[in-house]
Design a binder for this molecule. Sequence first.
Ligand code: FE2
Length: 260
Amino acid sequence: MRVLFIGDVFGTPGLRVAHRFLRDHRGDYDLVVANGENTAGGFGITRKHAEQLWGWGVDVITLGNHTFDQDEVVDLLESSSRIVRPANYPAGTPGLGHTTVAAANGERLTVGQVMGRVFLEPLDDPFPAADAIVEACPADAALIVDVHAEATSEKKVLGYHLQGRASAVLGTHTHVQTADEGIFSGTAYLTDVGMTGVQHSAIGMQFDEVHARFLTKRRHRFRPASGPATLNGVVLDLDGRRARGVQRLQWRDEGEGADG
Ligand SMILES: [Fe+2]
């Protein structure tokens, strides 16, 4: 089974480049997963954005620390099994921490997510939450765990924790694609898939306001960057719970022009 995982889709430029890519290339993959927690200008996801991603061929959307930025997400999480939020939110939080979908050929994929706690909200421990995702994954299904975390060390160690038990452990959240992909005891690993959006930016936001906040220490209203966008992703070749291939992807629409 060939699966594309699309890194954090950021704002309108990210949605635009994801749409263009999927329009021409969706057929190259059995299933597509996308992190969509930054589609609403960096702050969460709306129903409209989720329906756009699903309509373009995304099978499962993952989220992260911005899950609850938009009020309407609660209804979205309660009404669809094709969107997941970190599994280590407290018990009773709306939504699913993992879900299982089937490709056209019948092969199944479970997608789960945990969020790191280093430099992020103090959620429940992601390690037992990741174990619970493994336990819940049907025996015949491949398993991708999205580790949404700030600290490289926490991502690497969660990757090690799941080694041999998940098909892939993929990091999200830090928005810059890393180059450390590999397969360890059958588990594909990448510290960060990167961002689908404007790369020459303050990880998705316009430089000016972020720059001003660093310089003045005062609050400045962040606005999403505009301009040419690049899709960042990773392509996985999975044979049940074992990964056979892992390849990073960076794709720019020819019509988008040069970066910043
Ligand atoms: Fe995030």
